[in-house]
Ligand binder design. Structure first.
Ligand SMILES: Cc1cc2nc3c(=O)[nH]c(=O)nc-3n(C[C@H](O)[C@H](O)[C@H](O)COP(=O)(O)OP(=O)(O)OC[C@H]3O[C@@H](n4cnc5c(N)ncnc54)[C@H](O)[C@@H]3O)c2cc1C
Length: 429
């Protein structure tokens, strides 16, 4: 059986961040990085806007501004982003403050989906040149904590340290993985909301601030804004009982690639459950399935004009003179989101949308589309044994799947932090 100093599972930003950080102080380390997809996938592929200001992407449970600062700095100095300028924000900030809303000023860069793919290629080539064994199409199945071994779809191998970074799609895998190893975890909060799509002229703030972060009352916020060449997409998830559902999301290509004049962003509300709801994931899966039932197996889309009148959107009504742009997610079903969305989420989100329309007048134009559901399952929170995200003997769980991050930079920083824990344990730091 082959032995590795470290086996890393997942080629998203948290897995990549840990590999680079480990090799920086331990260049001779024998590292295996496995990825279940056939090509390096992970979230760097999707739009790739990177946020370099706390707390965006850094959950408060694991990070403070002070503790995140050195990791954010290292992440930035490694990725060398070109930070976007922000202009003319005073007016929006003033309007926001008057109605109890905060506009966060975030240092951001944006590569676009095409730019993200280039970056991944560059990073994986760099890892290979540093001697990392990369294996795509290989999935971790099990680990034995005592023997320090793993079984994957391709091999059995032993490790000194194991870093598991399976992302949001690995949520269910991680639940089983933790249950197998008796790692206690909590999974009690979720984000649920809509994706808004409108013409750029109805949300002109994006010309001055690529991804404006507004914080509204009731734990509601804007998230992941895309513009220029922006598209709404659907992502497939499978519930623990084997049923599929879709969550919507958004991305954009880099600036010069086929601009379509549209903007999309998420408006999400976070809810943390208490007894008797034990699992946010189970709850979210039910919501996802209800949305599929209501949308005939697809996400639902509704024009703001119809929502205001309390009527469903129909395919015939989608493209008249008032409704003058074509939805980019063509597979979504025109319908009525209020049939599928619990009022706790819908009311907060609609209130936030009205506030947003006061700050950036126009966003609630009748043609604006609201897609549902956008569900973020962040909270598979393991009980860690130390501050470097070690959850069992020499097993580190990081990234969006383990709830240590909520975005690319937080994920990369989580990878550096886990690597640091390993290096300290080995006396190399
Ligand atoms: C459409 C979309 C757009 C986004 N846009 C942005 C954005 O612009 N900016 C931003 O900051 N964040 C964005 N995000 C979020 C961002 O992608 C994540 O925060 C980030 O990728 C999390 O990194 P990670 O390493 O934890 O997981 P991931 O990037 O999801 O990587 C996990 C990897 O592990 C692999 N894997 C899972 N299970 C196994 C297993 N058992 N064995 C082997 N491999 C496994 C998966 O295939 C995957 O490649 C977006 C997400 C989506 C879906």
């Amino acid at each position: 059986m082959k032995h590795y100093d470290c086996i890393i599972v997942g080629s998203g930003p948290s897995g990549l961040g840990s590999a680079f950080a480990l090799l920086e102080s331990f260049p001779d380390a024998k590292v295996l990085l496995i990825e279940s997809a056939e090509i390096s996938s992970g979230g760097l592929r999707n739009d790739c806007k990177m946020n370099f200001t706390f707390p965006v992407g850094f959950p408060y449970e694991y990070w403070t501004k002070e503790s995140a600062a050195p990791y954010l700095e290292k992440t930035e100095s490694f990725l060398k982003p070109i930070i976007y300028e922000k202009n003319n924000l005073e007016i929006y900030t003033r309007r926001a403050e008057r109605i109890g809303v905060e506009l966060l000023r975030i240092r951001q860069s944006h590569l676009g989906t095409d730019g993200g793919i280039k970056l991944i290629k560059q990073l994986t080539a760099q890892l290979e040149s540093l001697g990392v064994e990369l294996s795509f199409g290989e999935t971790l199945q099990k680990a034995d904590e005592k023997l320090h071994t793993v079984i994957t779809t391709k091999r059995e191998a032993s490790y000194g340290s194991l870093i598991v970074a399976p992302g949001r799609h690995g949520f269910d895998f991680l639940r089983h993985f933790m249950a197998d190893l008796d790692i206690p975890y909590q999974d009690n909060s979720i984000d649920v909301g809509i994706r808004v799509e409108t013409k750029q002229e109805h949300y002109p703030i994006v010309a001055d601030y690529y991804d404006p972060k507004f914080l509204f009352p009731e734990q509601t916020r804007t998230f992941c804004t895309n513009s220029g060449s922006a598209h709404v997409v659907q992502e497939k998830y499978t519930t623990s009982s084997g049923h599929d559902y879709y969550s919507v999301n958004g991305h954009a290509y880099s600036e010069n690639l086929k601009p379509n004049g549209l903007v999309n962003f998420a408006m999400l509300r976070t809810v943390a459950f208490t007894q008797p709801i034990a699992s946010g994931q189970d709850y979210a899966e039910h919501l996802g399935q209800l949305a599929m039932l209501t949308g005939g197996g697809h996400p639902i889309m509704q024009r703001v004009g119809d929502f205001r009148l309390g009527k469903r959107t129909t395919s015939e009504g989608l493209n008249d003179d008032l409704y003058d742009f074509t939805p980019t997610l063509k597979s979504a079903t025109p319908g009525d989101i209020s049939l599928a969305m619990p009022s706790k989420f819908l009311e907060s989100i609609w209130k936030a949308m009205k506030r947003l329309d006061t700050i950036v007048p126009g966003v609630l134009h009748p043609s604006t589309i609201m897609y549902y559901p956008e569900i973020k399952l962040y909270a598979n929170k393991p009980v860690f044994k130390n501050k470097w995200f070690m959850a069992a003997d020499d097993i580190y769980l990081i990234g969006d799947g383990a709830g240590t991050s909520r975005g690319i930079t937080g994920a990369w920083a989580s990878g550096i932090r886990a690597a640091e824990g390993i290096l300290i344990k080995l006396g190399k730091k």
